[in-house]
Design a protein around this ligand. Structure first.
Ligand SMILES: Nc1ncnc2c1ncn2[C@@H]1O[C@H](COP(=O)(O)OP(=O)(O)OP(=O)(O)O)[C@@H](O)[C@H]1O
Ligand SMILES: *[C@@H]1O[C@H](CO)[C@@H](O)[C@H](O)[C@H]1NC(C)=O
Ligand SMILES: *[C@@H]1O[C@H](CO)[C@@H](O)[C@H](O)[C@H]1NC(C)=O
Length: 415
């Protein structure tokens, strides 16, 4: 009897001890985990970020600091099947938050320390921005070893994939009207970054890979990974030339002197890509034609524009606006930054051309319905005498001048 109760007591004791140990271990583990999260949060600049959020009341309202659990749930624990893209700086996952919002979650590559500051930098820059044609940042998570950025999800893919995936069943070639609209919207976004916000922002990596299309084919400029605020000390000298080959401003490449005009150059390459359907660098071309910017300019100088325009968009109706856009592209690609137009001017020109196309389409529909055959644009007001070499668009501007004021209206909403 005695022995038995003793044995019972020992067993109970052991069980209690075991449970206690387990609880302690679990507690320690949990504390460790919490500590780890807190450590990462601090390492990743969480406090700096919180301060910034507090001081910028306006943007903190729509920016959120997410927990890891939230983002794990959103991405099925960062499952492989959720990966939508891989860039130079990391991996992009598609996720769905508890409230059904679709998000793109950007995870920096593990290891390189310098990328942490790049991430925080991207975040702080993006939080200031609220523009229809710029990808919105919804928040971030700093509790992981590498910080995560949460963006609105842009469903229709990159402009690059739409231009260069010809022949693939999924994508039909973009119409000239749509290319022009996308160009105008991208220019709007860049003009906003350069002129409308203080201090101005240079994107630094303008390329078709970084222009996303939403469900309504609205252009959204993304990837501010290497954008930084223009240094206030005016000299603009930066330690490292960053950007993508084929889009890189040659002047910036040689001088490391960064200005808004570097974005203008890269945007010129984007225009060239939209016009020709060719990549910024084509390794299968002969030596002199590898670089699209050079190829476009030499073709323009040799009066061969219609030979190099993407056959998917080349037709009689489009030719006038195609020529005008080619002239804009050429000006953007000037060797000297000071000879390039500002982004505001480019945006205005492209908005005007977009509206001409839209108007033209509407008139063609009206003509069709009413049975009228008269061409409202009038042959006389659509000049054939374009002098591409002079780089002047005065001839065409005069022809369309009267329509301008009303046509620019819709674009005022975007600002
Ligand atoms: N907000 C988003 N919505 C939907 N897809 C996105 C979003 N952001 C990025 N992606 C996808 O993820 C891919 C990688 O994007 P990311 O910006 O990281 O790299 P990148 O632009 O290709 O390269 P780099 O970072 O070197 O400039 C993109 O090409 C795009 O397909
Ligand atoms: C974008 O998505 C919408 C809706 O899914 C589709 O109708 C449209 O054709 C797509 N645009 C492009 C350029 O693929
Ligand atoms: C796309 O257009 C429709 C109809 O105009 C609008 O209701 C919807 O909000 C738009 N989607 C986006 C993402 O802007």
């Amino acid at each position: 009897m005695k022995k038995c109760s003793f044995g019972h007591g020992v067993t109970t004791g052991f069980i209690a001890l075991f449970c206690a140990t387990l609880a302690i271990c679990w507690g320690v583990n949990e504390r460790k985990l919490i500590k780890r999260k807190a450590k990462f949060f601090q390492q990743n600049g969480g406090l700096m970020l919180k301060q910034q959020l507090c001081s910028q009341r306006g943007s903190s309202e729509n920016t959120k600091i997410f927990t890891v659990e939230e983002l794990r749930k959103a991405t099925n624990n960062f499952h492989q099947s959720r990966i939508v893209g891989e860039g130079g700086y990391g991996t992009v996952y598609k996720g769905e938050l508890a409230d059904k919002t679709e998000v793109a979650i950007k995870k920096s590559k593990v290891g390189a320390q310098s990328q942490t500051s790049q991430f925080i930098n991207e975040l702080v820059v993006l939080m200031q921005i609220n523009h229809m044609n710029v990808v919105k940042v919804l928040g971030c998570c700093l509790e992981t070893e590498v910080p995560l950025l949460v963006y609105e999800f842009i469903p229709n893919g990159t402009l690059f994939s739409h231009i260069h995936s010809k022949g693939q069943a999924m994508l039909s070639p973009l119409s000239w009207e749509l290319r022009l609209k996308i160009a105008a919207e991208t220019a709007e976004a860049l003009a906003y970054l350069h002129v409308d916000i203080t201090p101005p922002i240079i994107h630094r990596d303008v390329k078709t890979m970084n222009i996303l299309l939403d469900e309504n084919d609205t252009a959204k400029v993304s990837d501010f990974g290497i954008s930084r605020l223009i240094p206030q000390d005016k000299d603009g000298l930066t330690t490292m030339v960053q950007g993508t080959l084929g889009y890189l401003d040659p002047e910036y490449f040689h001088s490391s002197q960064l200005t808004e005009k570097s974005d203008v150059y890269s945007f010129g390459v984007v225009l060239a890509e939209l016009l020709t359907g060719r990549k910024a660098l084509s390794f299968d071309m002969p030596e002199g034609d590898k670089c699209l910017s050079k190829f476009l300019i030499s073709s323009l100088n040799d009066h061969r524009l219609h030979h190099i325009v993407d056959s998917a968009i080349l037709n009689h109706e489009n030719m006038e606006t195609i020529k005008e856009v080619a002239i804009i592209a050429k000006r953007c690609l000037e060797v000297k930054g000071e000879d390039r137009p500002g982004m505001k001017e480019v945006a205005k020109e492209l908005a005007r051309l977009t509206n001409i196309m839209v108007k033209k389409q509407t008139w063609e529909k009206v003509d069709f319905v009413s049975g009228e055959t008269q061409n409202l644009l009038g042959e006389s007001s659509a000049p054939h005498c374009l002098d591409i070499e002079s780089g002047s668009s005065a001839c065409i501007t005069a022809g369309y001048n009267s329509m301008q004021s009303q046509m620019l209206m819709p674009y005022d909403d975007a600002r």
